[in-house]
Design a protein around this ligand. Structure first.
Ligand SMILES: [Zn+2]
Length: 207
């Protein structure tokens, strides 16, 4: 498939995407961050590149994962939500039926549809840069982003993760979900059970 990623059709400029990638590559996940993410997810975060978004306390909110996991396993979900508070808040939103409402919005609002497709292309463009930088093969996941993009909403967690990693104005429905959960989760307010400094101190002896 020929890449349809024109610069004008992205939600972020190529230079902004590169800056996002450079930030990730210069701040590869530390052992301590990996340990915290492992406790957040309840499993080891295979293929983790970096923490892509942090709570104000420093805890990881979302991670950036490589397109090809160790063992050659294709992994399309480059931006992955890890914060338990965020995951819980977004799960509640899903349980309330918000995804059906968003799919109706997509069906009715052409402008929203375009912005959502742009978010999809931006996701792919970022992963393309990541794959090139890491030398990962992403032929098995070409054109596949996350969360149901570009046509549907199937997983709000994936959309919110993109919003957190790439910032507001990139994924309109991820942004909308973040606004909807603002009372129970916000990246600008720490609701962590264990804020980072406590974790860091507690973790030091075991790392
Ligand atoms: Zn926090």
């Amino acid at each position: 498939m020929e890449a349809v990623v024109g610069q004008a059709s992205l939600a972020l400029s190529q230079s902004a995407l590169r800056a996002c990638l450079d930030r990730a590559m210069e701040n590869r996940a530390s052992q301590q961050q990996i340990a915290v993410v492992e406790s957040q997810l309840g499993r080891y975060p295979r293929g983790i590149v970096a923490v892509g978004a942090q709570c104000v306390c420093g805890n990881p909110l979302a991670v950036i994962t490589r397109p090809e996991l160790p063992g050659g396993i294709p992994f399309p979900t480059t931006c992955y939500l890890t914060s338990p508070q965020a995951v819980k808040a977004v799960s509640h939103l899903e349980a309330e039926g918000v995804m059906a409402t968003m799919n109706e919005q997509l069906a009715q609002d052409e402008n929203l549809r375009e912005r959502y497709e742009r978010a999809h292309r931006t996701y792919l463009a970022f992963r393309q840069l990541l794959a090139e930088r890491l030398g990962d093969d992403q032929s098995h996941i070409e054109g596949i982003s996350a969360g149901g993009m570009p046509k549907r909403v199937k997983c709000l967690h994936a959309l919110v993760a993109q919003s957190l990693v790439m910032g507001p104005g990139v994924n309109p429905l991820g942004d909308q979900a973040l606004e909807a959960v603002a009372d129970s989760f916000s990246p600008s307010r720490c609701d962590c059970d264990q804020p980072w400094p406590q974790r860091a101190l507690a973790g030091e002896s075991s790392l």
